[in-house]
Design a protein around this ligand. Sequence first.
Ligand SMILES: Cc1ncc(COP(=O)(O)O)c(C=O)c1O
Length: 423
Amino acid sequence: MVDFDAIRAQFPILDQQVHGHPLVYLDSAATSQKPQCVIDAESEYYRTINAGVHRGAHELAARATEAFEQARAKVARLVGADWQEGQEEIVVTGGATAGLNLLATAFGNASLGRGGAAAQRFALKPGDEIVVSKAEHHSVLLPFQELAARTGATLKWFDLTPDGRVRAEDAGEVITERTKVVAVCHVANVTGAITDIAPIIRRTHEVGAVFVLDACQSVPHLKIDFHALDVDFAAWSAHKMYGPTGVGFLYGRRELLEALPPASFGGSMVELAWMDQPAQYMAPPERFEAGTQPVAQVVAAGVAADWLRGIGMENVEAHERTIAAELLKLGDIDGFRILGPRENVDRIGTVAFDVDGVHPHDVGQYIDAQGIAIRVGHHCAQPVHRHFGLYASNRASTGVYNTVEDAQALLEAARGVRPFFGL
Ligand SMILES: Cc1ncc(COP(=O)(O)O)c(C=O)c1O
């Protein structure tokens, strides 16, 4: 039995009052709070071993490099990726957005003939297709839309069911022999729905295309094994998995990382550089990690990964499901509509809702006045809002530190919204 009260007690930020009420933080889909061990790891790194990694011959540099590479291995273990030297499948990025842009840029570079014959599997040309879904965060939609514009490829997408799920059953029609890249979310950041990715991945591979997973909202909440899922690439951010801001990870199947051309260029990614000849790039992951890396943040993200594994992702999943069940009662309040699946099945504790007759910002402000933090706006996912006939919404989302009482506090506050606005 995991003691989730003891886990909650590890988050110092939660022990405070907001507007005279105990803080209830229900905005983990935007960013999670950090346990003390993660906060300590970052400052401990600066206090004891801070140095440039992969460079200096001095002892501190060796220790910093060791800590950096160990963190990579810890993150790999959380998601079922390889970490042995020469087999690494985790690339350090600035976050999910940076990882997705890295991929789209690298595919664009391959389309220009960069990376030689091996990279041609990523090359796009007019007539080729890139497939996303209407549920995507803009950090998936826009890089791949841009890639389509740069290469002349056509952008296509999966439509959604009335309750906002990606229509995976359409994989046979949406993904065709012309499809080269398929990029979809594992869990949608507005609806909280888990995408049925298995048939999409099967079809993607049947036509010889590459499958990219946006794992931002799944890695912190679900047990993940990228090898078992047969995913080609996956991107996510450390700050949503109890780690620091400014850092994220890109998983790539080793064979694919080896074939992928680099997307950014500079120090620490090159074996040999000349004035009059092309540079010879390093093997992955360094090939994709140009410049000085956010080492302290990566080290702390490794601590976050180990900390999550220590709780057990099955336990995290089960705990958050109990809170999701409570949050879904928002849909029972007069004038409230859940944007996403109403049943507590194949979803996480991210619950977006619309309140008839009250602007989402007014709803958010009213709820904030009770010390409850939820998100308002379009959550960087405008097409899915259009699907629901809206521009913006409110969104409550869970983390390991939330309790059923947190959800009940939101429910109580939510019941007061429409009466407060005279409805
Ligand atoms: C599903 C999803 N994908 C991608 C992102 C982008 O993450 P970041 O802003 O950390 O790069 C987010 C962040 O909200 C998200 O929820």
